[in-house]
Design a protein around this ligand. Structure first.
Ligand SMILES: Cc1ncc(COP(=O)(O)O)c(C=O)c1O
Length: 403
């Protein structure tokens, strides 16, 4: 219904900040309560035998969907925009990746995967897809339209992740999609870093856009969730595959996804702003060789980021000038506000050493020094910088110590 018909603005006319607060909600279908209830459900009962035989009503069985799953799917669909024809919810980001791939590939197909892709996604391709008779080859994430040279007659899909979530290469998705589509191949993309608020993957040419909802959507490091947004071309295959494989998400986890969504815009804005403040500060540090953050003007991927993205998240890497490993460990151990742990997208700051030697085959990542990945959380940015200063002091102190 448009504004003219209802007197209220259509959701499509609203900004993302407002959309995330409204999307997927229908209070008056739930006695006026603001949030959709959490349906813990398996069996759904019918009033009569006739109703049962006719499968009367919008739902059928817990695994096939409830008002809770529908609320989250619709919310994500609205935020993706008009190019999105439907969303599937999966129990983790990795399950979203594997389900999306399986939904578009069959035995005999060839798949192109970005060399910067999340490691476990590669493992899925090299093991399970390989056993299914699907071959994978890896491409340089900077390839752009030159991916044409890698297309084989049986290439049916390209799987991209931009930026790479450890090494931050930016990919030219519109150029890759143009080539892929000319060759009858589909484009799948891991859009967890920016999410649909900052990168409209489906509008830029992807046919399936994947998010680990465990990251910013959940936002509190207490959720495992995956989502796949599909266009008209891929939605039925995606839904059928998720259903046939018996994949569904627990209701409390879907509710955490919905709850996270309501504050996503404001949280992401803070992650973006604090992330850039820390990244710029790190750029000036004498111990730092380079900062791998596509929203920084000097970054090789900056032009693509500026053209296609409307924001950045709080995840980026740095490369230190060469120092012994013990200096890096001293730096990490001296930090008290940065947790040492994998994953990202929660309210808290994190840091890990970057090691991609086991997940590269088409390219080499030789940055010239030890690399560290930071997630900048929602703490005060001045406190974070003071913590990093303590880390650099500990790193410098190792130079003075005899061993
Ligand atoms: C870029 C990226 N995609 C996907 C995943 C997998 O998500 P999940 O941990 O929810 O399975 C991760 C996890 O760290 C990730 O970093």
């Amino acid at each position: 219904m448009t504004k003219a018909q209802s007197g209220k603005p259509a959701h499509t006319e609203l900004t993302s900040d407002t959309k995330v607060t409204l999307a997927g909600r229908n209070p008056h279908a739930h006695h006026g309560y603001v949030n959709t209830p959490v349906y813990h459900a398996s069996t759904q009962l019918y009033r009569t035998a006739e109703d049962y035989l006719a499968h009367k009503g919008p739902y059928f069985y817990g695994r096939r969907g409830t008002p809770t799953s529908e609320a989250l799917e619709k919310a994500i669909q609205e935020i993706e925009g008009s190019a999105c024809a439907g969303v599937a919810l999966l129990p983790s980001g990795l399950a979203a990746i594997s389900t999306a791939l399986i939904s578009v590939l069959r035995s005999g197909d060839h798949l192109l995967v970005s060399d910067s892709a999340y490691g476990p996604a590669r493992t899925f391709c090299d093991t399970i897809l390989s056993r299914c008779g699907i071959t994978t080859s890896y491409y340089d994430p900077l390839i752009g339209g030159d991916i044409a040279a890698l297309m084989q007659p049986n290439t049916r899909a390209v799987y991209a992740e931009t930026p790479g979530s450890l090494t931050f290469e930016m990919q030219d998705i519109p150029a890759i999609a143009e080539v892929a589509h000319k060759n009858r191949a589909l484009v799948l993309m891991d859009n967890t870093w920016a999410g649909p608020l900052y990168f409209k993957a489906l509008e830029k040419g992807a046919d399936l856009s994947i998010q680990s909802g465990s990251k910013y959507l959940g936002g509190h490091s207490d959720l495992m969730l995956g989502t796949v947004s599909a266009n008209k071309e891929t939605v039925q295959r995606l839904k059928d595959t998720a259903y046939t494989m018996g994949l569904c998400v627990g209701p409390d986890d879907m509710n955490l996804g919905l709850r996270g969504l309501r504050t996503l815009a404001v949280r992401l804005r803070q992650h973006c702003q604090s992330g850039l403040t820390v990244a710029r500060w790190l750029e000036q540090r004498p111990e730092v060789l380079t900062v791998l953050h596509p929203a920084l003007p000097g970054n090789p991927g900056h032009a693509i980021w500026k053209r296609d993205f409307t924001g950045a998240s709080g995840l980026f890497s740095i490369v230190l000038k060469p120092v012994p490993e013990k200096a890096v460990l001293a730096f990490l151990d001296a930090l008290s506000l940065f947790g040492l742990g994998v994953s990202w997208g929660g309210f808290e700051s994190l840091v890990i050493p970057v090691d991609v030697k086991d997940c590269r085959s088409a390219t080499k990542f030789e940055p010239g020094g030890p690399a560290l990945r930071f997630h900048i959380g929602l703490e005060d940015v001045g406190d974070l910088i003071a913590d990093l200063e303590r880390g650099f002091a500990a790193l410098a102190a190792t130079r003075l110590s005899p061993t």
